[in-house]
Design a protein around this ligand. Structure first.
Ligand code: UDX
Ligand code: ADP
Length: 460
């Protein structure tokens, strides 16, 4: 197999953008072009000012700055990039279906299928097609069928190469992955992709499997991680009624090397584009094979996560004397975790929705999420009109402004800066009694109580 000279990636989002930037950085002899139909996104990736990249990730500006214009290019010319590439990554979005069969559970594969049809129509030479997006098991089969039956008679080899990076740590995860997973049937195609990763990843960390194992492993890895969060969140509720402290329980069990310390942080609930979507997908697949017990088992992870978000909101209402009507609740954080501007499935959206149902005034401050995104997230729920969302929700650029006059502060994202605020000064400006609801167990109970706050944290 000749080595890869040109790579194209379709989809310049949270996965495609950072992943291709690192592949280009580490393979200066391979030309990498990332294409997208979204012209604003591509313009962002090409912006002279690296602060304006469409994806915020610590360290990404440095990587893009090093490779862009050398062997890393961002473009909207999808056909040209497909035509020229030896290897094409598909990294488009696969949201949960919002219509038809599998609505609310199955992954919507229309974007993937459109890509496959476009590749088939344009390609004039043999290509290796790599699934990067998270996909239901056996999507490769559908891809292959489209490529082989609608193409120009060229050969396509399909590989599955799921991405395991976590947002907020994407660059370090890409630079130093626990493993790279490549599933496929054709040994030469697999080897070609192994070579790309071998530029910086030790060979023993590059695992190869069959296509189906690779596709399924991605869903299972996310399901196991999410399950740990739901497990500890279930225990957090028990801690609150028994006098145990969930952080102490996490520490105690995490020291058992069989359990391990990671992903045991109790929270207001997991968010992000992957966990819920992938579990729903797993549940859908299990149900489609009539594996009811398997489906019910995994579905419980989502049910518990929803319960945790509602429980957090209801505790705010109950504590504020059973009414939040007209009261100011300052939200610290809107992103689904720190160090990202991504808000997909963020717990903050659902907690806000619950409080808005009770006619609370929500004032949001997030260091990286712009106001239009926050309104978009709320409008998308369809719970109330856009005008109503704008009447009840105010987005500010200054945390002190958000907290001034607030009846309560709610910590929804674990941004480090929240710890460094002048909480004594904040206490002076808030309504009394001044409540803090810490959905991330981020702030110090002792310090806040000494300042006179009434402090509530998950699992204590
Ligand atoms: C996840 C997987 O970690 C990654 O391997 C995969 O490629 C994509 O999905 P991501 O969603 O970016 O990554 O972030 P992650 O760090 O896994 O956090 C997911 C959610 O769980 C966040 O809302 C986070 O706040 C929450 N979480 C995580 C907890 O509440 N407690 C924990 O202990 C860990
Ligand atoms: P992820 O988190 O999986 O990277 P994103 O939604 O951030 O998901 O990114 C997916 C990108 O794929 C979007 O920018 C979208 O415009 C792009 N996309 C979807 N379908 C196509 C297509 N057929 N051709 C080119 N780009 C596409």
């Amino acid at each position: 197999m000749k080595s890869i000279k040109k790579i194209t990636c379709i989809g310049a989002g949270y996965v495609g953008g950072p992943t291709m930037s690192v592949i280009a950085q580490k393979n200066p002899n391979v030309e990498v072009t990332v294409v997208d139909v979204n012209t604003a996104r591509i313009a962002g990736w090409n912006d002279e000012n690296l602060d304006n990249l469409p994806v915020y990730e610590p360290g990404l500006d440095g990587v893009v700055g090093e490779a862009r214009g050398r062997n890393l290019f961002f473009s909207t010319d999808v056909d040209k990039a497909i035509d020229e590439a030896d290897m094409i990554f598909i990294s488009v979005n696969t949201p949960t279906k919002t219509y038809g069969k599998g609505k609310g559970q199955a992954a919507d594969l229309k974007y993937i299928e459109l890509c496959a049809r476009q590749i088939a129509a344009v390609a004039k030479s043999d290509k290796i097609v790599v699934e990067k997006s998270t996909l239901p098991v056996r999507t490769a089969e559908a891809l292959k069928s489209i490529l082989d039956n609608t193409g120009n008679g060229v050969n396509f080899h399909i590989l599955s190469n799921p991405e395991f990076l976590a947002e907020g740590t994407a660059v370090t995860d890409l630079h130093n992955p626990d493993r790279v997973l490549i599933g496929g049937e054709n040994a030469e195609a697999i080897e070609a992709l192994v070579q790309v990763y071998e530029a910086w990843v030790p060979r023993e960390r590059i695992l190869t499997t069959n296509l189906w194992s690779s596709e399924l492993s991605k869903l299972v890895a996310n399901a196991f991680l999410a399950q740990r969060v739901s497990s500890i969140n279930a225990i957090s509720e028990l801690c609150e009624v028994t006098g145990a402290n969930v952080d102490e329980v996490s520490r105690a069990i995490g020291h058992d090397s069989r359990i391990g310390a990671k992903f045991l942080k109790a929270s207001v609930g997991f968010g992000g584009s992957c966990f819920q979507k992938d579990i729903l997908n797993l549940v859908y697949i299990a149900r489609s094979y009539n594996l009811t017990a398997v489906a019910d088992y995994w579905e419980q992870v989502i049910i518990l996560n929803d319960h945790q978000k509602v429980r957090f909101a209801e505790n705010i209402i109950k504590t504020l004397y059973n009414t939040v009507n007209g009261k100011n609740i300052a939200f610290l954080g809107w992103a689904f975790k720190k160090d990202t501007n991504d808000t997909r499935e963020s717990a903050a959206i659902y907690v806000a929705d619950h409080l808005l149902d009770e006619e609370a005034n929500v004032i949001v401050y997030d260091p990286k999420v712009p106001a239009e995104q926050i309104y978009k997230d709320l409008d998308y729920l369809g719970t109330r009109s856009p005008e109503e969302n704008r009447r009840l929700v105010r987005v500010v650029n200054d945390p002190y402004e958000a907290l001034s006059g607030a009846h309560a502060a709610a910590v929804l994202t674990e941004w480090d800066e929240f710890k460094d605020y002048d909480w004594a000064k904040i206490k002076e400006t808030m309504k009394r009694p001044s409540f803090v609801f810490d959905g991330r167990k981020l702030l110090g109970r002792t310090e806040l109580e000494e300042l006179g706050f009434i402090y509530y944290a998950i699992g204590e």
